[in-house]
Write a protein of this length. Structure first.
Length: 177
């Protein structure tokens, strides 16, 4: 297992740690959970950078990295919604998008010749805004600012979804030929 895959695995292990801290009774739990979230985000950026720069991309990493990302996104969305830090419509909108992306990825990988939907700039910008929005909650920015950030995040995720859908349909068509 190479360094990028180890970093992705670390990110997966940070998810239950984040949840344990978030739902604990410890003082400053939201800040500590936020720090764990930030570490996970840094490991995400690092694993992609190292994999590309040092040509260490693997099929395992290509599959595992988006799984780790989606697991962390769901952990944050569910924990924030459960604690009433964000309204449920945000969980529903982003959760539906992520669920459809997971299903599409499974279909491409297992039924269309081990294909993987490549990440692109739309998805990266949407993810960046998700992190910014999440940090706005953790660091208790004014509610209106957080609301605007999450609205932008949802819109960017929908744009990314449409872009990924077009790529997916093209890959499915090419796999059928």
């Amino acid at each position: 297992m190479n360094i990028p895959n180890l970093l992705t695995t670390l990110r997966i292990f940070l998810i239950p740690v984040y949840l344990l801290v978030f739902f604990s009774n410890i003082r400053n739990r939201l800040i500590i959970a936020g720090i764990i979230f930030i570490i996970a985000g840094i490991s995400d950026v690092l694993d992609g950078y190292i994999a590309r720069k040092y040509n260490q991309t693997t099929k395992l990493g290509t599959v595992l990295d988006p799984v780790a990302d989606k697991m962390m996104i769901f952990a944050v969305l569910i924990s924030f919604t459960w604690s009433k830090l964000i309204p449920p419509w945000i969980l529903i909108a982003l959760g539906l998008k992520e669920t459809v992306m997971i299903l599409g990825g499974i279909i491409l990988y297992f039924f269309k010749g081990n294909q993987v939907l490549p990440s692109n700039q739309y998805g990266k910008v949407a993810t960046l805004f998700f992190y910014i929005s999440t940090l706005s909650v953790i660091f208790r920015l004014p509610y209106k600012a957080t609301k605007i950030l999450f609205i932008i995040t949802v819109i960017l995720n929908l744009v990314a979804f449409v872009n990924y859908l077009l790529i997916y349909l093209s890959m499915r068509k090419n796999a059928a030929v």
